[in-house]
Write a protein that binds this ligand. Structure first.
Ligand code: ZN
Length: 149
């Protein structure tokens, strides 16, 4: 039997080994720091939002565990081309998938569903959601580092 969970793990391993968008955006329109003290994950998120409120570019730098890096890699890939309200709505959705009993079969989330398995590991949820909290902080213009609490 083909186990879907194997595929999900592959996606996470791949994004951890070869993080997408792992770079600095010079003069980003939005930027924020994120820190997950529970695991030690740290990241800086950069967003380039155009005048129409569409995210043209997203990138990150930092150090962290496989889940946090893979999540940031997938999220930055995913955010490109999304509007700011869309991005915020997707965070709500993603958060529900990794914390609640929401069916993970949500086509809109695409590959992000690979992270749904963290639901069974509460400490890991913070690793997976750190980049999203940081995105929200960046979009809201928060100066202080985003925390997962
Ligand atoms: Zn972590």
């Amino acid at each position: 039997m083909f186990d879907l969970r194997d595929l999900y793990q592959e996606v996470i391993i791949d994004h951890n080994r070869n993080p997408r968008n792992f770079r600095v955006i010079e003069h980003p329109s939005h930027q924020a720091e994120g820190y997950n003290p529970l695991c030690g994950d740290r990241l800086t998120l950069y967003l380039q939002v155009d005048k129409d409120g569409v995210i043209q570019d997203a990138s990150f730098q930092g150090v962290g565990c496989a889940i946090s890096v893979a999540s940031a890699s997938m999220m930055t890939d995913y955010l490109r081309g999304k509007s700011v309200p869309e991005a915020k709505r997707l965070f709500e959705k993603f958060h529900a998938v990794v914390t609640e009993d929401m069916p993970p079969e949500d086509a809109e989330l695409g590959k992000l569903i690979a992270l749904a398995g963290v639901k069974d590991f509460p400490a890991r949820v913070k690793c997976a959601t750190l980049c999203w909290h940081t995105m929200q902080a960046a979009l809201n213009g928060d100066e202080s580092p985003a925390k997962t609490e």
